[in-house]
Design a protein around this ligand. Structure first.
Ligand code: PMP
Length: 307
């Protein structure tokens, strides 16, 4: 279990864990009507905590709120406002280890029925230790019997809490069958993503990932890997992927805030490539790690030091 820091940012103030509570009458609790993001803050080369791609996380949170029709205080926030709030959270807890921060916008209106517009919202954040959700040594995946929620039902593009029941079903089914995580397929059987990470495969030195119209979350680390690959002159294809193409990939990996960049070594009892971590996965994994910690001068503007 990750260590959860006890002081939380809740409705504009720092409060103790127990005071950061939502009513059982709220839409957040009743319908999962909340949107969120999770970003890392890792110690950089000078030993200071630095948050990764805050501007992109704020933008995605606003986009999720917009899709769901939620108005909110964060609407008017810029990256500096978010940075200030994150600093308050980190200082209140005197955090000195690598962490993840979960930032949520909850609809805390009491029993409003099936509505989203014009309701009270509450912006909150808490920090917890940055434990990876996939084994860094290589993950084993199972195609889920559950299909990904399509954009026409609950958009995976909007990071809405209620939609994560779909991820829970799929991840639990994978765990029940002895795997580390699932591969979600869309309604037509094309590859989408894992329960909480995006997916890449490598074929003949080309990097291939499902396109943004494949019912997936617009992952910030997915975009990061694409940008890193381009600066390394690697070819990147964003397109539909058949499940069988995944079976015959030379390499495959998952990427996301909580997954880091995790090699995938087995899918549905088929070995990926030669069953070892491939060269491009290794290379991108190293670059990604450096970028996250602000150790790569080319991407230093991706991190915000929280001093
Ligand atoms: N897909 C899903 C469904 C997720 O929950 C996550 C984790 N936020 C990701 C992909 C990866 O997104 P990111 O790189 O922004 O963490």
């Amino acid at each position: 279990m990750a260590k959860i820091y006890p002081k939380m940012f809740f409705d504009g103030a720092i409060v103790e864990d127990k005071a950061a509570a939502l009513s059982i009458t709220s839409s957040a609790v009743l319908y999962g009507l909340s949107v969120y993001t999770v970003f890392p803050a890792f110690s950089d080369k000078d030993g200071n905590l630095a948050a990764f791609r805050l501007a992109e996380h704020l933008k995605r949170l606003k986009n999720s709120a917009k899709i769901m029709g939620l108005g909110n205080l964060v609407e008017s926030w810029n990256t500096e406002d978010l940075t200030l709030a994150v600093k308050k959270l980190v200082n209140a807890n005197a955090i000195e280890e690598d962490i993840f921060v979960r930032a949520s916008l909850h609809v805390d209106e009491r029993l409003p029925g099936m509505r989203s517009r014009g309701l009270n919202t509450n912006f909150s954040m808490f920090a917890y230790s940055a434990d990876p959700i996939l084994p860094p040594s290589g993950a084993r995946l199972k195609t889920s019997v559950w299909r990904r929620v399509p954009d026409s039902s609950i958009p995976a593009r909007a990071k809405v809490n209620g939609a994560y029941a779909n991820s829970v079903l799929a991840k639990q089914e994978a765990l029940d069958n002895g795997y580390d995580d699932c591969v979600f397929l869309d309604s037509d059987g094309h590859v989408c993503e894992l329960s909480a990470a995006n997916i890449f495969l490598v074929r003949d030195n080309r990097l291939i990932t499902p396109s943004l119209t494949s019912d997936l979350l617009e992952g910030i680390n997915r975009q990061t890997v694409i940008e890193l690959a381009k600066t390394e002159d690697l070819k990147v294809e964003e397109r539909q992927i058949d499940l069988t193409e995944l079976y015959i990939a030379d390499e495959a990996f998952a990427v996301g805030t909580s997954a880091f960049l995790a090699p995938i070594l087995e899918i549905d009892a088929r070995t990926v490539g030669d069953g070892k971590i491939g060269p491009l996965t290794k290379k991108l994994g190293k670059l990604h790690k450096k970028a996250l910690k602000g150790e790569e001068p080319r991407y230093s503007d991706w991190v915000t030091v929280l001093k």
